[in-house]
Write a protein that binds this ligand. Structure first.
Ligand SMILES: *[C@@H]1O[C@H](CO)[C@@H](O)[C@H](O)[C@H]1NC(C)=O
Ligand SMILES: *[C@@H]1O[C@H](CO)[C@@H](O)[C@H](O)[C@H]1NC(C)=O
Ligand SMILES: *[C@@H]1O[C@H](CO)[C@@H](O)[C@H](O)[C@H]1NC(C)=O
Ligand SMILES: [Fe+2]
Length: 288
């Protein structure tokens, strides 16, 4: 093995869901190297084809993907980086998404977008307000079900200090429907010797039992920042009636359009809240 190979195997073991392996990535057995330990000789882990096609998605009956809040209480809470250390976005969802034959979009104006935050848990001295929206996936084809999301809220916090812990809660203070108190740490001032020490990079997460292993590795390694580099829930492997296949076009060659099952996004947001409500991400985007 070339110098540095072990380090890369370790990183790959932690961050790629296809090759999760406790013996590589357990914190006691594997010190995560920093860029200061480098430079490393590039190393490519050989692809193990036996790992392909064996993943199983969490079903909609799994408690980790089910809606646990009542009424218009916030869920799917996340922190997303903004342009510089002094600003982040807090996002969440209120109300229930719907999928079916006669869905009626919620009015985003019915629930406010408010974040209370500060450096102390009590009292949360600052307040910021943002905006909300819903999105629809309406198919003009007989037999396909339509989806309309819960109310999606985004609030930008500004004027934050670098490398500082902030507490926050979000929701609507008038209903009242406010979340529990969460916390996150801002990024350091960006400079050649000053950057987040632990950056987790992960792609193709999905929402399988193996994803749960990957995400618990991410969590236990306490990253300062998570970069979601693309491919998130794989809702595009599902029909609108919730039936899935490993290969959509092989199993469903006759659908009038490539369907997706948008509730998978809600499942993902619920499953990820524990991590992404405290560690900022780059957002990742809502592809299929
Ligand atoms: C879905 O929405 C489209 C556009 O409004 C409509 O034409 C279609 O009939 C709807 N389908 C169902 C199943 O409700
Ligand atoms: C993925 O999850 C399955 C089911 O939980 C498990 O049997 C398998 O060992 C996991 N694969 C890897 C590579 O960890
Ligand atoms: C979903 O639709 C597919 C294709 O029409 C069909 O084969 C399958 O039985 C349906 N599943 C359910 C649960 O309705
Ligand atoms: Fe992918």
């Amino acid at each position: 093995m070339p110098k540095g190979a072990k380090a890369w195997v370790c990183i790959i073991g932690i961050f790629l869901d296809l090759i999760n392996n406790h013996s590589w990535s357990h914190p006691q057995l594997c010190k995560i190297p920093t860029t200061l330990d480098g430079p490393f000789v590039p190393f490519t882990a050989p692809f193990d084809p036996s790992l392909r096609g064996k993943t199983v998605d969490l079903p909609d009956t799994d408690p980790r993907v089910q809606r646990r809040v009542k009424g218009f209480e916030p869920e799917q809470i996340s922190v997303t980086l903004s342009a510089t250390y002094d600003s982040v976005w807090i996002s969440w969802i209120t109300g229930e998404s719907q999928i079916g034959y006669n869905v009626k979009p919620l009015d985003p104006k019915t629930v406010s977008s408010i974040v209370r935050y500060g450096q102390l848990r009590f009292p949360l001295t600052h307040e910021a307000r943002g905006y909300s929206l819903v999105y629809n996936q309406f198919y003009p084809f007989e037999g396909l079900q339509n989806y309309t999301s819960g109310i999606i809220h985004h609030v930008r916090l500004t004027g934050l200090k670098p490398s500082t812990l902030y507490y926050y809660r979000c929701g609507d203070t008038s209903i009242p429907a406010m979340s529990d108190i969460f916390f996150f740490k801002t990024m350091p001032v960006s400079a050649p010797q000053n950057y987040p020490g632990r950056i987790a990079i992960v792609g193709d997460l999905g929402l399988t039992y193996n994803t749960t292993t990957t995400v618990s590795h991410l969590n236990s390694n306490k990253p300062d920042l998570i970069l979601l580099i693309g491919d998130v829930t794989y809702a595009n492997l599902y029909l609108t009636n919730g039936t899935s296949a490993d290969c959509y076009t092989c199993s469903f060659p006759d659908t009038p359009i490539h369907e997706t099952y948008q509730p998978r996004w809600d499942y993902w947001g619920r499953f990820m809240q524990n991590l992404v409500s405290k560690v900022p991400t780059n957002g990742g985007g809502r592809e299929p």
